[in-house]
Design a protein around this ligand. Structure first.
Ligand SMILES: [Zn+2]
Length: 298
């Protein structure tokens, strides 16, 4: 069962597989992300009701299912507004795009029957910019692109920073190694920028609240550099996409399932694009197949 913990002042945390934030002013609650599914929404509503708070707004940090899964239920029950950045809003309102985007074609029914890859649609009533004051609240958005298109973090007036999926906990990295990433270059820039942010407490969506994130930033950055070097090594001889994917699974002892396959394939493609743009890899075709090879000059 979800529960509500006070962090500071008017800022609360609902800890869970995906951490959620609540900021309350005058009995009105703004929710930061809405959990995995309808059941999360149901439990969130119960927690708010116990406190006598009404839900006025949900702000989604980005459009991944575990951050928006409670939207539809909560919006239906309370009529609350939902705010998100433009690209994320597109995915929130039309969640079939998520498996279609990950697969890169019409999604096979095994991808769409998986709730993890497809949330119930909800209506984004307010498209917000990635930075600055959020609507009529006292919350402030800051851009954290990389993990997904236009992901944002949120600062509350208590100087608590919700940093979404910009950082993964050490345990998750040592278990899964290859966290989902969309834009490697933007993500690396986001990690640098995170070092300059100050806050009383940082709250990542996965893991625990912490007053200090610099060590965790380095762990996350190191892991990405290691993946980059590994892919580069695999391509010393021309390699097919599936060979590189299999190599990563073998090295990191990853067992594929439907969800893992989609997330990993998409992430690997993003790394290949990054290495291509850096001119460390080049792509070529031979006898109806695409290959990636390390650029000898790099
Ligand atoms: Zn995410």
């Amino acid at each position: 069962m979800l529960n509500l913990q006070k962090i500071a002042g008017n800022t609360f945390l609902i800890p869970g597989p995906t951490n959620l934030g609540v900021y309350v002013e005058g009995g009105q609650a703004t929710l930061i992300d809405s959990g995995n599914d309808k059941e999360a929404g149901r439990q969130i509503l119960r927690l708010l009701k116990e406190k006598g708070w009404s839900l006025k707004l949900i702000i989604n940090t980005h459009s991944h299912t575990d951050h928006i899964g409670g939207n539809a239920f909560l919006q239906k029950r309370t009529g609350c507004r939902i705010a998100a950045t433009s690209r994320e809003a597109t995915f929130i309102e039309d969640p079939i795009l998520q498996p279609a985007f990950l697969w890169g074609g019409f999604p096979y029914s095994r991808f769409t029957h998986n709730q993890f890859l497809k949330a119930t649609p909800s209506k984004v009533t307010e498209v917000i910019p990635s930075s600055g004051k959020i609507l009529d609240t006292n919350l402030e958005a800051f851009p954290l692109p990389g993990h997904f298109w236009e992901m944002i973090g949120i600062r509350t007036p208590d100087n608590i920073l919700f940093i979404a999926d910009a950082l993964f906990p050490e345990e998750v990295i040592s278990k899964y190694h290859l966290g989902f990433l969309w834009d490697i270059r933007s993500h690396l820039e986001t990690l640098e920028k995170l070092k300059t942010l100050e806050a009383e407490i940082f709250i990542p969506s996965h893991g625990f609240p912490t007053p200090q994130i610099n060590a965790l930033i380095e762990i996350n950055r190191y892991q990405i550099q290691e993946i980059i070097s590994t892919i580069f090594c695999f391509c010393k001889k021309p390699a097919r996409f599936n060979q590189i994917l299999a190599g990563l699974c073998k090295k990191y002892k990853i067992e594929l399932n439907t969800t893992q396959y989609l997330l990993l394939s998409s992430t690997l493609k993003s790394y290949l694009s990054f290495l291509g743009e850096e001119e460390r890899l080049e792509m070529f075709f031979s006898e109806g197949e695409a290959f990636w090879r390390a650029n000898k000059l790099k």
